[in-house]
Design a protein. Structure first.
Length: 221
């Protein structure tokens, strides 16, 4: 899907942006804020998932909610750019819609987890990969718990997954500490627009390491 050809049309394609991060770090909130703050500048890809809708989630808006059988059929039809398992469910990015938007010159954001992000990076080396985190483990746990959408078991699994995801942070172009929401939305926009690869600072990497060790300690893993 990401041709290397540099034709006139190719140069006008939209940017592909991947946003990942710990569950509860605030990715969904940031996406909503980004779309509202910069209307018309971004399109958020709607993924397919086999997980059940949360209260208030709408089919076709937050996700396309499918059974595992339907999901497997879409895999066999080569419908996804990437797909992955996450905490017992399948998630995938629909290829045709993303391609149409990029082709039309729109900047497309994929809010996906690490395994999917790495597949996108392979297929589209120009994609910008951004990793969202809280400033510390306490804030992450508070947000994930405070959201009120997960069972205790799901929280534990998501935090265990966060420990694994922390190891993949080196693959990302930019680490975004989601502290003050409006400031974070602005920095996210700037990180996407910046033509330079803003390598993650040592301080940001240290934050990820510290969250990882604290979660390991709390989960006794
Ligand atoms: P994710 O999509 O990364 O799992 P959410 O966007 O659902 O995370 O956010 C988790 C919780 O944290 C939500 O209750 C949300 O309102 C809250 N939240 C998100 N960003 C911030 C922020 N910058 N400051 C305070 N609370 C936040
Ligand atoms: P949630 O269940 O909290 O909505 O999402 C769980 C995880 O799945 C999050 O890290 C989210 O970014 C990721 N995710 C959502 N859609 C996709 C997708 O299409 N592909 C992949 N690989 N991950 C996704």
């Amino acid at each position: 899907m990401c041709s290397e050809r540099k034709s006139e049309t190719e140069r006008k394609r939209g940017k592909l942006i991947v946003v990942s991060g710990f569950s509860g770090a605030g990715k969904g909130t940031l996406m909503k804020g980004l779309l509202e703050a910069y209307p018309g500048q971004y399109v958020l890809s709607v993924s397919v998932t086999t997980r059940s809708p949360r209260d208030g989630e709408v089919d076709g808006v937050n996700y396309y909610f499918k059974t595992q059988e339907e999901f497997d059929r879409l895999i066999s039809e080569d419908y996804f750019i990437e797909y992955a398992r996450y905490v017992g469910n399948s998630y995938g990015t629909p290829g045709p819609l993303v391609e149409q938007n990029l082709e039309a010159g729109r900047n497309v954001i994929l809010e996906i987890e690490l395994q999917g992000a790495l597949i996108v990076r392979e297929k589209c080396p120009d994609a910008r990969l951004i990793f969202v985190t809280t400033k510390d483990a306490d804030t992450l746990i508070d947000r994930l718990t405070g959201r009120g959408t997960e069972t205790e078991e799901s929280i534990r699994k998501r935090l265990t997954q966060a420990v694994r995801e922390a190891d993949g942070v080196e693959h990302y172009n930019y680490i975004l500490i989601n502290d003050d929401l409006n400031g974070s939305i602005r920095r996210l926009h700037e990180a996407i627009q910046s033509p330079e690869d803003s390598a993650s600072s040592k301080q940001d990497l240290a934050i990820i390491c510290s969250i990882q060790s604290e979660l390991k300690r709390r989960l006794s893993i």
